[in-house]
Design a protein around this ligand. Structure first.
Ligand SMILES: Nc1ncnc2c1ncn2[C@@H]1O[C@H](COP(=O)(O)OP(=O)(O)O)[C@@H](O)[C@H]1O
Ligand SMILES: [Mg+2]
Length: 297
């Protein structure tokens, strides 16, 4: 049996030729592993993108706990539909716009976030003036889908400011005939439930916490194929996979962080595989422990 059969061929070559230092540095490069739920959500995102402009546009709430891959999904969606030149037009075309939500939301602050990625400034004046400017700009770039990341921040204000914000959302989707994708945690669903019309038009898509089973094993196998270790770890072994899931507390971001820490330890120690001992000794701390430590400061 030849070496490195537990890795994809490109990774096997790298693992053979790279130094320990290089292998550890490689662990920090961004990576994307596909999984069924991501594919399903991608399909829905593309459906929204291709939807003709109608009076009542369909919208989406992409819901999941922090570090479970929401931003990665929408970033990949946006990069499939990049801005393009609009020959003869005043503006470039921006079919998909991703904006962040300011942690302390105000109407003007939200408008500022909408124009920031387009390198434009808001005019001085009333909220109405600012809104009119934003509407004109978003029409000009022929926006199709607006993604609002960390949208639950918008709803952290008073019920009056929440109401105002939800009205702005309604106004944007109706007037511009665009689809809006609100990205956030569970609280976002609660906030939308106060308005029946919005609730009906924003379909929740959940990115659930990972659990034991075929899908999780598939994900572990995908990780194993690309972690540059010299011996197989058999991450799908029932005891090992159970331990991994319980330490990382079920999000893909924490899983990735845990496996990176374990792989680094496996390289430094010469063990060259992830096993029970490596998981215990690699120095990774689960999110709940980190939170507790902060509270105790
Ligand atoms: N499909 C994926 N494959 C590998 N790693 C992923 C994947 N999706 C997310 N991650 C990892 O999880 C981390 C958190 O993802 P992110 O999209 O920022 O989560 P969220 O927006 O839900 O808080 C990312 O930095 C990345 O390392
Ligand atoms: Mg995010």
């Amino acid at each position: 049996m030849s070496d490195f059969e537990h890795l994809i061929p490109a990774m096997a070559d790298k693992s053979r030729s790279m130094s320990d230092q290089e292998r550890k540095a490689w662990l920090d490069t961004p990576r994307w592993l596909t999984y069924t739920r991501a594919k399903e959500i991608d399909t829905k995102l593309e459906w929204l993108y291709g939807h003709p402009r109608v009076t009542r546009m369909p919208n989406m709430l992409l819901i999941g706990r922090t570090n479970n891959g929401k931003t990665d999904l929408i970033t990949r969606f946006a990069s499939r539909h990049p801005p393009c030149d609009n020959a003869g037009g005043e503006h470039i075309n921006v079919p998909v716009l991703v904006v962040q939500t300011p942690p302390k939301p105000t109407e003007a602050g939200f408008y500022m976030e909408l124009v920031r990625p387009l390198l434009r400034r808001l005019p001085n004046g009333s909220a109405d003036t600012k809104r009119a400017f934003v509407m004109g700009l978003l029409k000009g770039i022929q926006l199709k889908v607006l993604v609002i990341d960390e949208m639950h921040n918008m709803l952290s204000g008073t019920s009056q400011s929440q109401h105002l914000f939800l009205n702005v959302i309604k106004y944007l989707t109706n007037d511009l005939q665009i689809s809006i994708i609100g990205v956030g945690d569970q609280t976002l669903i609660n906030a939308f439930s106060v308005d029946e019309q919005l609730q009906n038009r924003f379909e929740p898509e959940i990115l659930p916490r990972w659990d034991r089973g075929k899908e999780f094993n598939r994900l572990l196998s995908s990780f194993e194929l690309i972690l540059p270790l010299r011996h197989p770890s058999h991450l799908v072994d029932p005891l090992l996979s159970m331990k991994i899931l319980s330490i990382c507390e079920g999000t893909i971001g924490e899983l990735s962080k845990l496996l990176n820490s374990a792989a680094r330890y496996a390289i430094d120690s010469g063990i060259e595989q992830i096993n029970d001992v490596v998981l215990t000794k690699c120095g990774y701390r689960p999110p709940s422990e980190r939170k507790k430590a902060v509270l105790e400061v």
